[in-house]
Design a protein around this ligand. Structure first.
Ligand code: ADP
Length: 278
């Protein structure tokens, strides 16, 4: 018999509770996901069911245009931001789901405030957008690698909270997923990138530099999750050592978010029997 946890159970197990966020630490956070999905078989079955539901919900959202969804996908290199997105949206129409990856800012982007490039990519009503990396890079890599004065970085947590509040108050729900992998698993995945010919293109020697800064990145994530898990846009920490469990957990959360939006097909404004197709 399959044993699929309810969406509420997944939400509760992954949520960084806003009221208790101050004491949050990744140290005590699960990376395996086997308490939620004991078997990979159940995880795969759950993902399949949720991906189909996500497609139906997205179709209705696109039709009724009553709001939009922004999925913020964060996680260190190899945590699976691309893979999770690909699997959760495996059945949705590319017309209504857009993915944006945020890498090193361009000269033009650096000449603006750091939220400028993000705000241009937020979804209009009816759409789902996924941010592969996001505004949080500006308090993660920027902090760890000292790319901006600490005083400026310090101000950003509140600015990000205000930005997300603005989005929520104007019809965009914000679902934030931190894909949490262990250092051992990252080591495995980096080795795999070197060993498997089809994965070699993904290897970037710069990732090894970031790996050396593992503890600093963990600390920067702790601070971001402590200070930016808000009632309007809480963080969820998704265990990501197992790809199938990670995808299943993320899909449960995305489906839950879309269900909460209650998209229903709009009244067409005419009676079908009015028309005769000749
Ligand atoms: P990915 O690693 O996500 O597959 P890339 O190899 O293009 O994609 O890496 C993107 C890089 O851009 C990452 O190292 C990330 O830390 C960096 N980056 C993203 N946002 C910023 C930012 N605001 N400032 C500096 N670097 C950034």
């Amino acid at each position: 018999m399959s044993d699929i946890p309810s969406i509420d159970a997944v939400r509760e197990a992954t949520l960084v509770e806003p009221k208790k966020a101050k004491s949050f630490s990744l140290k005590g956070s699960d990376t395996r996901g086997d308490k939620l999905f004991e078997s990979k078989k159940d995880a795969k079955a759950s993902l399949e069911e949720d991906a189909l539901a996500i497609n139906e919900l997205q179709d209705a959202l696109f039709a009724c245009k009553t709001g939009s969804l922004l999925v913020v996908m964060q996680g260190i290199d190899t945590s699976g931001k691309d893979g999770t997105t690909k699997e959760a949206f495996r059945y949705t129409s590319p017309l209504g789901v857009n993915v944006f990856a945020f890498g090193k800012p361009t000269e033009e982007e650096l000449a603006h405030d750091y939220l400028w490039r993000l705000h241009q990519r937020t979804p209009k009503t009816g759409y789902i957008h996924v941010f592969n990396r996001s505004q949080y890079e500006d308090v993660l890599v920027v902090k760890v690698r000292n790319l901006a004065p600490p005083k400026l970085v310090e101000q950003r947590y509140e600015q990000i909270n205000a930005f997300e509040k603005l989005l929520c108050e104007n019809g965009t729900r914000v679902l934030k997923l931190m894909l949490n992998i262990s250092k051992e698993e990252q080591g495995e995945r980096l080795r795999e990138r070197l060993e498997v010919p089809e994965k070699r293109w993904k290897f970037n020697p710069g990732d090894l530099e970031d790996r050396k800064l593992w503890d600093q990145y963990q600390a920067a994530y702790d601070t971001a999750l402590q200070r930016c898990s808000t009632a309007h846009a809480p963080w969820h920490v998704v265990p990501a050592d197992s790809r199938s469990r990670r995808d299943a957990i993320a899909a449960r959360l995305i489906r839950g978010e879309l269900e909460a939006m209650k998209p229903v097909y709009p009244d067409p404004g005419y009676r079908p029997e009015q028309y005769e197709i000749g």
